[in-house]
Design a protein around this ligand. Sequence first.
Ligand code: S3P
Length: 426
Amino acid sequence: MELTFQKTASLKGAVTIPGDKSISHRSVMFGSLAKGDTRITNFLQGADCLSTIACFRNMGIDIENENDSVVVHGKGLHGLSKPEGILDVGNSGTTMRLMSGILAGQDFSCELIGDASIQKRPMGRIMKPLTEMGADIISIRNNGCAPLAIHGQQLKGIHYHSPVASAQVKSCVLLAGLYADGITSVTEPALSRNHTELMLSSFGADIKSEGLTASVHPDPMLIGQDITVPGDISSAAYFIVAALMVPGSELYIRNVGINPTRDGILRVCKAMGADIRMENVRTAGGEPVADLIVSSGSLHGTVIEGDIIPTLIDEIPVIAVLAAYADGETIIRNAEELKVKESNRLNIMVENLSAMGADIEGTSDGMIIRGGKPLHGVTVETHMDHRIAMSFVIASLIAEGTTTIRDADIVNVSYPNFYQDLERLK
Ligand code: S3P
């Protein structure tokens, strides 16, 4: 599907953000490993999270999914059964990496596959620590990528120093740690999102975080929970940036998760001079949530580097769009992880934003953007990456002429109602 967009007049009104993708995945996974029912409200009905549901159903877990409300009839830590055929994670790195940690400690063997994008993403980063724990996990084509074959084993607890600040790596090792013979801990170079630590603790696991290290004790008794999934700040990011850039806009963005391991975009926007106010700060599903009021205005460039990077990693594409609008120079460093997301997001942002007229230069670990140049519409190849598609829809709102988004339905991965929500605000 191809969609076209034009420059827009001001955006006004309110939008309610759909459930957080990371938290939705975890609620189904941990619910499956818990005894009793887990009731999930505001579950994200995106393709990635539906892949997680399909995989756990395939391992014998009864999961009801009706009207945004999911009930997982968990069977306990040792209740999964050998799946029929190959587990297909679709486009979802979170499903593949977190589930591998769980599968490494089962008493059955299985294979995992996914789409063309997932088959290019590095799995060595989870195979290494899992192998240290005694797991039998191989890349079937011997290229460090999926498809993977996992033969479940008794695992041993390790202390892993992760070379990357990755919540998927951290969560994979901690989940394998539930099946280990002693304590498992992970130290990361900078703090990545901590949803696994928060949610596993609420299910009854003995899990602790101290600075950059998270540790888990094996063999907990996990008990089903009621979980209200907060809105996904990574989805809110598109409306935050749109409201800041399109002259005369004011948006009320409801139900946004503001966990400090995810809120880097808010800090960056404020450093650029943005007008963002917060209301109704509350807790949902053990996570902080707020409503945001975002108004347009002039912005200036900034430097984004170091420990803030993992807290806004998925938002960098749309932050690059914002930087192209802002006056002056924005420098993004330490963001090499963007090269191994659903696509090489560094290259693709530089390519497409340059084509639209932005002054942008790729570096080895980020980009330099000299903002304020007028943008014009082009045809955007999304490389089947949902965040590339949504970022360029937002860029189109301030670009002269027509912007065409190829494979526009890829947004279904994380935000199925994105286009409808945007149209209502125009
Ligand atoms: C996620 C962690 C991040 C993020 C991804 C979701 C998670 O990936 O980019 O969209 O749910 O744990 P990395 O762990 O590769 O940084």
